[in-house]
Design a binder for this molecule. Structure first.
Ligand SMILES: NC(=O)c1ccc[n+]([C@@H]2O[C@H](COP(=O)([O-])OP(=O)(O)OC[C@H]3O[C@@H](n4cnc5c(N)ncnc54)[C@H](O)[C@@H]3O)[C@@H](O)[C@H]2O)c1
Length: 381
């Protein structure tokens, strides 16, 4: 006999970009198709999703496309069903709190996309609400399970860097404005309106908070500049609108251990680097260049000694002298890995540190970044 933990999962707002691709298709459907999360030879956690949202036609189309049996526009009814033990939300940020309130009240375990809110007060309120209702809770922190980051963590554990001195992260790509024919925007327009929860600072500093805290150490202070480089974009209905939210954010962070981390995040840059996110880590004994899947290293022994001379062709090819770390395993989708941890947390009571309270720390960094930008000064965390 195999012991089965069958978890009904309400998936709310998953007809959007993140919900459909990363959470439904790459995570929950993938877990369903692999037969669940095998805990031991005799124990398995299986998933039974129900899609919820406002538009029945969109829900039906997505359910048909993904082979999901249940969908409804009546969230109340889905919450009233005791078979549904988890409520997940990937709706746009400003709708989140209402849904989290409903789910906590119904006694469901709550898991949601980041940012959990756009102010620290609200993010903490949601964390407390779940804690007081005694429901398990979590926020998405997917970057921690990117193969490149996992390779980096291995290097840190093995002492490759000696003392880590500084970290430079570069995230971004060109998001089309929608003004030019045949070049429609590839992100939802609410991202560029503050009043709708948009802005790259609230979007990306949440990620940088858990990434830096987890990989390099606690953040002491932040200095940040936010910019709105493009002032007008075109929305999903072909209508121009003024951009009220930042589309680039230039952040410098000082960690308690003295490491300096700089992260540029931008929707207004073109990519000439290995991937949409790259991060260089420099240490006394070696450096690494991380991207989404890979990690290249250069140790002290093979570090070149360049000379500044613009009158001559550069004699050194700086792209050589770096070694690509081999894959240590087959890397599963980062969102799926975190989902499996959350399912184990709910079914088996295993620890899950990525709760709404830790999600609120991401919102806090974004808020402090905004404060730093507005006041043009360093702000302590
Ligand atoms: N973890 C990550 O890397 C990552 C990346 C991008 C976005 N996100 C987050 O995911 C969330 C969704 O972003 P997206 O890019 O998928 O946006 P999107 O606009 O594509 O999707 C938003 C979804 O919310 C739904 N929605 C909006 N209002 C609703 C309402 N009143 N009731 C029910 N559903 C409603 C929409 O129908 C849609 O399904 C945001 O909070 C965003 O910050 C996370």
């Amino acid at each position: 006999m195999i012991k089965e933990h069958k978890l009904g999962i309400i998936m709310n707002g998953v007809t959007g970009r993140m919900g459909t691709n990363q959470h439904l298709i790459r995570s929950i459907c993938a877990i369903r198709d692999q037969g669940g999360v095998q805990v031991s030879p005799d124990e398995v956690i299986t998933v039974d999703p129900i899609l919820t949202g406002r538009n029945e036609n969109k829900l039906r189309a997505l359910a048909e496309r993904t082979g999901v049996k249940h969908f409804t526009t009546k969230l109340d009814e889905a919450l009233a069903d005791p078979a549904n033990q988890i409520f997940f939300d990937a709706s746009s940020t400003l709708h989140r709190s209402r849904f989290v309130e409903m789910a906590a009240k119904a006694g469901k375990a709550v898991y949601c996309e980041k940012p959990t809110a756009v102010t620290t007060d609200e993010a903490l309120r949601l964390a407390r609400l779940c804690e007081e209702a005694g429901v398990k809770n979590g926020a998405v922190q997917d970057k921690l399970w990117l193969p490149g980051i996992r390779k980096l963590k291995t290097l840190i554990k093995q002492g490759f860097f000696g003392e880590i001195l500084s970290v430079r992260g570069e995230f971004g790509y060109w998001v089309f404005t929608g003004h030019d024919e045949d070049q429609p925007a590839q992100r939802p327009s609410w991202n560029y309106r503050k009043e709708d929860g948009g802005g790259i600072m609230i979007d990306m500093l949440c990620h940088w908070r858990y990434l830096v805290d987890d990989v390099f150490g606690p953040i002491k202070s932040i200095s940040c500049h936010a910019a709105t480089h493009i002032s007008e974009r075109v929305d999903e209905n072909g209508k121009s609108f003024p951009c009220t939210a930042d589309d680039a954010c230039y952040a410098t962070m000082q960690l308690e251990n003295g490491v300096i981390c700089q992260f540029n995040s931008s929707w207004t840059v073109r990519v000439r680097r290995d991937d949409l996110f790259v991060m260089q880590v420099d240490g006394s004994k070696g450096s690494a260049m991380v991207n989404l899947r890979g990690c290249r290293t250069q140790g002290l022994g093979v570090t070149p000694k360049p000379v500044w001379n613009p009158d001559m062709e550069q004699a050194i090819n700086f792209y050589e002298g770096w070694s690509e770390m081999p894959d240590a395993t087959t890397y599963d989708n980062a969102f799926k890995i975190q989902w499996e941890l959350f399912l184990r947390h709910v079914a088996l009571d295993e620890p899950f540190p990525y709760d709404l309270r830790s999600g609120a720390r991401g919102v806090e960094l974004a808020e402090l970044g905004l404060q730093s930008s507005e006041q043009r000064k360093w702000v302590d965390v």
